[in-house]
Design a protein around this ligand. Structure first.
Ligand code: B3K
Ligand code: ZN
Length: 890
């Protein structure tokens, strides 16, 4: 906890470490009421910092350490007494007498009472660790920074009966029994790594085993450890792991390097998963999946997270970050890698649509709020607050733009050079870009503004057609709004993928003025100026432009499309992403019209063109069902909020609900036909976890949700049939969700009760049960959530539960969270204050909705700010919560 205002740390102050640690030998003695950690560190003066040492003597060694009870300390076998070192609440400082020495320490720690879930802690009966970013300092005194890389040897001793499985990084070396019912195991990791990649697990675990033969014919043992009751939910993660390993060989030429790769699932975990070398630790929600208990979306998340953490073995572990400002070096790159993997394993277009919808709703909001920061931030108070959508998702977009500009082959040359040049090093985002430049003989200096400038660029496009000259010109104007600490922005390099369509919807060949011959249809322009005009020649008729195909840059593009033009693009654009995008823009225009009608107190009238467009989609059986499902999904309330100047919560909710009811009624018959056909197939085939079946179920469930808007008994009957008779969680949870959002009170109560009774022992399923109710936009949402918090399955100590109930309510149930009397805000603030004492990282994450106060009307702004101020005044705040609250109020 904070005793004084946390210090701001600046990238510009970075200095290489004074000392390095070559070898780290750890022994853990795990007990029920404390644990002991013995560390033997082989330390030497960093030669990079040693110039001029002789005169001035050696600098002090300042080790990080928090919440540690120092029991003994020795330097090169000389026992140190109290006068030989200084201790404060975060450092141990001592004076080396030679440039190379061994330091031995023993500390006592208390994993059994560690509710922050950082460092060594207990999840249920099992011991586990989470060290990234700065958790290792809660385990032992150390140079806890990513540019200090060491080999690790770890011995764990524990009671054999309670903790039969003892794991750490690297390869198993030896194990044995000890007297008193205890046993031990030693692990050795030959690859140098920073302490944030250290891991330890001790527990009563079962594992599923498999093997993988690498491209150089080495056999790697694969093990996924879970608590015994979950052993039947591991196969999907194992399949995903093997696919990831093969994909990284094929697409990036990256081979796995140890003899064993392990994943452990734990129930109490602050985020999704952690890429510790050879021993990934996962939130059980990102490992466990079987048809009966996990939805299609959950299966896909498991596949993506398993891949993401595996890919870190190269992009993060073998080549790591020099300092935490460079976090996107590993995260942005690895998110890009996992997105491409998922695109290859499933539908590429659908994956892109989902990612872009997520980015535009959430990252764009971050970029427009008080926490806006560059992909490579230049300062922070608490690094845990910088595991953000900007670092991860926008960071991935930045890597994607490099890929777009260099092409797949050029990009691969760049990554080959990057991995070869920096293997075993801790490097910077500049080093990554430099490898791309050197491998391709290009210059990316201006492009690097994507790393240093925050905010979402706007791109305004104007067209003009000269029928006589047969030329078509597009003028692009880019600008970027001011963000905290950055008033003025210089132009970005914006890769703009585009095509031009003729009146029949065919692509026109593209030749820019001055070019010899057409370069094919569809191409990428690189915009570099604040204002820039491109003229295409030999354009026989006024074309319709398809702009920013595949969302080729994370910008807000505006072009004055008419609704008819959008409908045309929806049908004819050869770029699947842009067909969806045209549909979204049409929906946005129509919804914004409804919002305006609601605000003026006029009757709501839905533009029939949207209904017609949806009707066409439903009637065309040749279309990919996954695409149809995406296109039938209206933009979320959160997205409509993000694109509003001032978000009118009630009008947005009313407009969207009105559109859903109108569509459900107008298209009742075609929706019912689709629903029935797809549900019949589900019954016939049983659950199959393949793309075509996933697509079919997605469309079936969207159709069901529209059908239920009609309030017809026939729709209820279909919904109950699906809920009762299906064989998988995708269908069951969707049916439950639409029931919960319906007015069929009795059916809803029965279904909720039966579901909870049946799944009460499965915490991940109960999370879904909480979420579905927390997200329900019917009146009385806050009271329902408050009631649910008393449910025996709920606890503030488990991050998944907090996210499922409090997080789902504040982020997805906007109309209830933002109720006009501010009770939703008060509720959230109360829990942030409670969580601040228990788990600062989770507390600070839950704050996000309150940081968005500038989006709302003055009355709500006042209420939200008052809650932020109440949190600020509530007592001792963690640096995590303090930073977010103080920046939000600044
Ligand atoms: N690298 C971890 C995130 C750690 C977050 C620490 N607060 C998971 C990942 O991105 O793969
Ligand atoms: Zn990651």
């Amino acid at each position: 906890m904070r005793t004084e205002q946390p210090k701001v740390i600046y990238l510009k102050d970075y200095q290489a470490p004074e000392y390095l640690i070559d070898e780290t030998n750890l022994t853990f003695e795990l007990y029920e009421d404390h644990s002991l950690v013995h560390a033997q560190l082989v330390i030497r003066r960093n030669p990079e910092r040693a110039a001029g040492d002789s005169g001035a003597g050696l600098p002090p060694l300042v080790l990080d350490g928090q919440q540690l009870e120092l029991l003994s300390l020795a330097m090169d076998d000389r026992v140190l007494g109290e006068g030989d070192y200084q201790l404060d609440d975060s450092h141990l400082t001592l004076q080396p007498v030679s440039s190379q020495f061994t330091l031995d320490s023993t500390v006592r720690i208390h994993p059994e009472s560690n509710t922050a879930l950082e460092g060594l802690y207990k999840s249920g009966t099992m011991f586990c660790t989470q060290c990234e970013a700065e958790g290792f300092r809660k385990i032992t005194y150390y140079l806890d920074r990513p540019d200090v890389m060491s080999t690790f040897t770890t011995t764990i001793t524990a009671e054999q009966h309670r903790y039969p499985v003892l794991l750490s990084n690297g390869n198993p070396m030896a194990s044995g029994a000890e007297e008193g019912g205890r046993h031990w195991a030693t692990w050795q990791d030959p690859f140098k790594k920073p302490a944030y990649l250290f891991a330890l697990v001790a527990g009563d675990l079962w594992c599923v085993e498999d093997t993988f033969t690498t491209m150089n014919q080495r056999e790697v043992a694969l093990r996924i450890y879970v608590e015994p009751e979950n052993i039947d939910k591991v196969q999907h993660a194992m399949d995903s792991l093997k696919k990831s390993m093969r994909w990284d060989e094929e697409v990036y030429g990256r081979e796995y390097d140890l003899d064993i790769f392990m994943i452990v699932a734990v129930n109490d975990f602050n985020m999704g998963a952690m890429e510790n070398k050879g021993l990934n630790i996962f939130n059980s929600s990102c490992v466990l999946a079987k048809a009966e208990t996990a939805t299609d979306a959950a299966h896909q998340r498991v596949e993506a997270v398993v891949a993401h953490e595996y890919f870190h073995n190269w992009s993060g572990n073998r080549v790591t970050c020099r300092d935490w400002f460079q976090l996107s070096l590993k995260e942005g790159f690895t998110v890009f890698r996992d997105a491409e993997f998922s695109a290859d394993m499933n539908s590429r277009t659908v994956k892109r649509i989902e990612d872009v919808a997520f980015l535009r709703t959430n990252q764009f909001a971050e970029d427009a709020g008080p926490m806006a920061h560059p992909v490579r931030p230049d300062s922070f108070m608490e690094i845990s607050n910088f595991y953000t959508l900007t670092v991860y998702e926008k960071g991935a977009e930045v890597v994607r733009m490099i890929h777009t500009l260099l092409g797949a082959e050029g990009f691969r040359k760049g990554t080959d050079l990057y991995f070869e040049r920096h293997d075993g090093q801790a490097v910077t985002c500049d080093d990554f870009v430099k490898a791309m430049e050197d491998a391709n003989g290009v210059e990316l200096t201006q492009f690097k503004r994507w790393y240093s400038q925050s905010g979402t660029p706007r791109l305004q496009v104007e067209e003009s057609y000269d029928a006589q000259a047969k030329t078509y010109s597009l003028t692009f104007r880019q600008s970027c709004p001011a963000t905290p600490g950055q008033k003025e922005k210089a132009p970005f390099v914006i890769p703009l993928a585009l095509g031009l369509l003729d009146g029949k919807g065919n692509e026109l060949p593209l030749r820019l003025q001055g070019e010899g011959a057409a370069q094919g249809v569809g191409r990428v322009l690189a915009l570099t100026e604040a204002e820039q005009c491109f003229t295409f020649v030999d354009i026989p008729e006024r074309p319709l432009p398809s702009l920013l195909r595949g969302f080729s840059a994370p910008v807000k593009l505006s072009f004055p499309y008419s609704r008819d033009q959008l409908m045309f693009l929806m049908q004819h654009d050869s770029d699947g992403f842009n067909r969806w995008e045209a549909g979204q823009q049409l929906s946005v225009q129509v919804l914004q019209e409804l919002i305006a009608q609601h605000q003026k107190g006029e009757p709501l009238v839905l533009d029939s063109r949207l209904v017609k467009a949806f009707d066409t989609l439903l009637g065309d059986e040749s279309l990919d069902q996954a695409m149809v499902a995406e296109m039938l999904s209206l933009p979320s309330e959160a997205y409509l909020t993000e694109i509003s100047e001032v978000a009118d919560v009630e009008a947005i909710h009313a407009a969207r609900e009105f559109a859903r009811v109108t569509i459900g009624e107008a298209l009742y018959q075609p929706l019912l036909a689709r629903y029935r056909a797809n549900r019949a197939l589900s019954r016939e085939t049983g659950y199959i976890a393949e793309a075509a079946h996933i697509a079919r179920r997605t469309l079936q469930n969207i159709a069901l949700s529209y059908l239920m808007q009609s309030g017809k008994a026939e729709a209820l009957e279909a919904c109950l049939e699906q809920f009762n008779d299906c064989d998988n969680m995708t269908e069951r949870l969707s049916a439950l969700a639409v029931l919960v959002n319906s007015a069929f009170e009795q059916a809803k109560a029965d279904a909720l009760q039966r579901f909870a009774e049946y799944f009460k022992d499965d915490p991940l399923v109960m999370d879904q049960w909480f979420s579905v109710q927390a997200g329900c936009g019917l009146p009385g949402g806050l009271e329902r959530v408050q009631e649910l918090m008393k449910h025996p399955a709920f606890t503030l100590k488990n991050p998944n539960k907090v996210r499922a109930l409090i997080g789902a309510f504040a982020n997805q149930n906007l109309v209830n969270f933002h109720r006009a009397d501010g009770a939703g805000y008060r509720f959230l603030a109360d829990h942030v204050i409670a969580l601040n004492a228990l788990n600062p990282q989770i507390a600070s994450r839950q704050l996000t909705p309150l940081t968005r106060w500038r989006k709302y009307d003055t009355s709500r702004q006042q209420l939200m700010k008052a809650e932020l101020e109440r949190i600020l005044a509530s007592g001792e705040l963690s640096s995590d919560v303090y930073e977010i609250v103080s920046k939000s109020l600044a």
